[in-house]
Design a protein around this ligand. Structure first.
Ligand code: 2HA
Ligand code: ZN
Length: 270
């Protein structure tokens, strides 16, 4: 067996959580990531028949039975992942019953996956139904997106249009826009179901007064998605309340759509 610390998926995960921490998006134990892996990505590093522990997941994820996930641990700090990946991360397979995590590696102090596992796995199921390449669900607490949910209308069309107007790149990076959930209790199956439902139509879901969820094909793409939305929110928070002299018009947003060959969310541009 090769040393799992050299596995590309683990190296990339450690770099990503460290980068997110350095961006200030994941204070204390804030934030969580799930990365879906193919069996052949891990068989050089782990004996997939050796299950260390079985952990009930507390809901049913039948569509994910047999799938492998690398997931940040509950109560663990992104800051510390790089120093002790085996304690702060875990790699498990969803058992045939669809309700049990078969731990193959990690959570070495007896820990378990993030309390937001419902939002993660339910979102994976929804995204996979519309995009077979989706492998990542990422949650964090970027300050400007969070701040925006205190001062901006939470209507999804209005929220999305504001972000698109803040940076030229936004409509190209997230033409499907940003969906928004009102404040809800986190760490529950209810917020998991609500998040997953919002993931049907967009890869970004804001949790008002809490943070954001992003989904994508790999860690880099998903990080970039949140990074772009957060940059737009930062511009908004700099200009909100100031007299607006210029903006990106709908005609210009249509130009971007055509030039970059993306389709803006239906009905969001006039
Ligand atoms: O894991 O971010 O939403 C800590 C959180 C909960
Ligand atoms: Zn959170």
């Amino acid at each position: 067996m090769k040393d799992i610390m050299t596995a590309p998926f683990l190296v990339e995960m450690i770099r990503t959580v460290t980068n997110m921490y350095n961006h200030g998006w994941d204070e204390r134990n804030g934030g969580n990531i799930s990365l879906m892996l193919e069996e052949d990505e891990i068989t050089d590093y782990l004996d997939i028949h050796h299950v260390c522990r079985e952990i009930p997941i507390g809901f049913e994820a039948p569509d994910l039975a047999g799938r492998y996930f690398l997931v940040t641990g509950t109560g663990k700090y992104f800051k510390n992942v790089q120093y002790d990946p085996e304690k702060n991360l875990g790699l498990f397979r969803i058992a045939k019953d669809g309700c049990t995590a078969e731990l193959l590696w990690g959570y070495s102090d007896g820990g378990r996956f993030t309390s937001e596992l419902p939002a993660h796995l339910m979102s994976h199921m929804e995204r996979l139904a519309v995009d077979s390449k989706n492998c990542v669900v990422m949650h964090c607490h970027p300050a400007n997106l969070l701040a925006m949910t205190y001062v901006h209308d939470l209507d999804e069309k209005a929220f999305t249009r504001t972000l698109w107007q803040m940076c030229t790149e936004c409509i190209v990076v997230f033409p499907d826009g940003v969906n928004v959930l009102p404040w809800m209790l986190c760490g529950t199956n209810e917020i998991g179901r609500a998040t997953a439902e919002k993931m049907r139509t967009a890869r970004l879901v804001v949790w008002a007064q809490h943070g954001i969820y992003g989904a994508g094909k790999d860690l880099d793409e998903t990080f970039g998605l949140i990074e772009t939305a957060e940059k737009a929110a930062e511009i908004y928070m700099k200009i909100a309340g100031l007299p607006l002299k210029n903006t990106i018009t709908d005609a210009q947003l249509h130009e971007l759509e055509q030039h970059f060959d993306v389709v803006a969310r239906e009905g969001y541009l006039s």
